[in-house]
Design a protein around this ligand. Sequence first.
Ligand code: MTE
Ligand code: MOS
Length: 759
Amino acid sequence: MSDHPDRLLDMALHVRGESRYVDDLTPPQGTLYAAVFASPAAHGRIRRLDTSRALARPGVRGVFTARDIPGENQIGGIIPDEPLLADGEVHCVGEPVALVVADTQRLARAALASVELEVERLPAVFDPREAFKQGLLIRPPRTFAAGDVEAAWKNCDVVVEGRVDSGGQEHLYLETQCSLALPGEGGSLKVISATQGPTAVQKSVARVLGLPMHQVEVEVLRLGGGFGGKEDQATPWACLAALAASRLGKPVKLVLQRQEDMRLTGKRHPYSSDFRLGAAYDGRLLAYEVTFYQNAGCTADLSTSILERSLFHATGSYLIPNVRATGACCRTNLPSNTAFRGFGGPQAMFVIEAAIVRLAEALGVEPAAVQEKNLLAEGDALPYGQRVRGCQARRCWLEARTRYRLEERRWQVAEFNRTHTLARKGLALMPVCFGISFTNQTLNQAGALVHVFTDGSVSLATAAVEMGQGVHRKLREVASRAFSIDRERVRLEPTSTARVPNTSPTAASTGTDLNGRAAELACRAVLGRLREVAAQELGKHHPERVEIREEQVFYQGKPSSLTWAKLVAAAYGRRVSLSAQAHYATPGIHFDRSTEKGEPFAYHAYGTALCEVTLDCLRGTYVVDSVEVVHDLGPSLDAAADLGQAEGGIAQGIGWLTLEEVLHAPDGSLLTKDLSTYKVPDIHFAPRRLEVHFLEDTENPLGVFNAKAIGEPPLMYGIGVYFALRAAMRAFRPDGELSLVAPLTPERVLMQLAGDLPL
Ligand code: MTE
Ligand code: MOS
């Protein structure tokens, strides 16, 4: 390592505390600060809203309500059902009603108490099944079907049914929602936003202010985590800051405090589901019927897309010939729930795994026997018609079994359970098969802009937002490989709508795939021109015989006098462009919503986890002994980033189904609004042993340099910990009723075990 560690590397900047987030920027002189006045009522009619007393408070420069919006009071992306500021009615506790802007953040917050709001309360609904009964749906239910379920039940030797509930999850990104809006010339605006979707913010700001999109530039430096929570839900805060900035002609900064962020923003969607699963005596799955009641919260946000992904993943990693999966997107009076790592996939996979555990109990076999028997194999068709190609489900499963010595471990667990009175161990396997692509086909596109400077250094801009997942490291690797130059030569620009326009959010784990491909294309365009220059410089006639290898120019395989730096300087001298823009769109994907059939995914990512836990049956507390994974990744673009994604995702998945419990009071206000009441996994709760083995030899023509996406899939390994816990509980209470409710907090474990406590 040199004395000057790579200054462009995010990780080095983080460690030194030098990386900058929106709130770290020194705001321009005269910057004002905004604070949000939010609805205290879950549902009601606004009878009176008086901001005059707040406006009269010291330091207050403006108070804005729906009436002050010059354009459209609408930020709904998929369905226009989301006002920026409440207009006439409020639909959840935490809905923004007014914005107070003052000289300092403290003065703005202090003035919030002087906003006067009277709400005539209306009945509120918080439960998705209740909403469904009342017909409160965001869109009519959708059904994915294959085979003939009705006919298939008759052929089943065993049929089980039940109800499964999974809870919400707080994103808990380290950086709370924030944005800084800077008014420019002629009514234009630059918005620096902590968003996964710069174009979505640009569009909404333009819509709210009644401006053409070219008047609004949105820039993202990096995010202190997004996890889906800033895919759609960074937008309101950016729009509010922009509204105030444009009305007052001053820079305006809006930063949510942690508790505010927790109260005002949506979470992972809680699901309540009914299932029916049938199989033959040998464990072959024959029929599966499932209904998902999704708790969407008060607006559509991304809920319909998230529910669609639940339908795509209804059958998990398994082949089931007869399927009927229905999803209902239920409108309730909670802050709108939103994208969260896995995007509806985890909720659906949890249900099929729960159903299999019930089925295995009915058959008197290990769940793993049923899982293994029905794993997807090459060419199998999923209920929506896509056939799995390059399927690694079975390989990952079998390799996990042998690598982590399943048989021996089973024996050890049985022995432990036989010799302990109040402690039990449990084991579970969790296979994952996750579709990679936005299910909204249009979003599967990206752009890149590359500039080579005359000193040979390179600037790369794409649509990808760096949020800790390492996409910038990977894109840098792409450019350095494409040109065959030192990584240190490549710098990633902050993401900006002015550099790369009309972008999709960085989401659906596609950041590297889409932007990496676009970056590769842009680099190749410049490279093509450089080859011609090289041939000319060398007095040769075949540019196609020019090659750059590690900064050295070769002709017909022989090193020449040219280096990368000399070649670039020569190109400039010959007045050849050293810049290129490129666009990439995933080929071959399609989906027909009228038949619910198609090939929506570029490919699937696979893997299997073996999870082991130890349960204290007296206290209900538990330890995650190990999570050991075999994961299909292909050749890694950045080994450290990929391992970090796997480990982080697993911890987040375990948290979702064990400790993390989002609770609301009967009036709809959030009870778990800080970290003393909302528990997340910490270093002490993390698996004692966490091992991830990547399959590096698998092929993926639709990835970048053959690698597969890894942002979301590992989260679902956490589901295995839930079922390992359940196995431990089952070992303690072989005949007791055990629910299929998550999160399985220590309290919930204890209450279920309590009946049999030998005390
Ligand atoms: N990793 C970190 N450190 N921070 C994040 O916010 N978001 C996750 C995942 N990994 C996230 C993360 C989610 S929800 C997605 S969709 C992907 O990263 C997005 O990035 P990618 O498309 O580049 O994988
Ligand atoms: Mo990720 S939930 O697709 O931002």
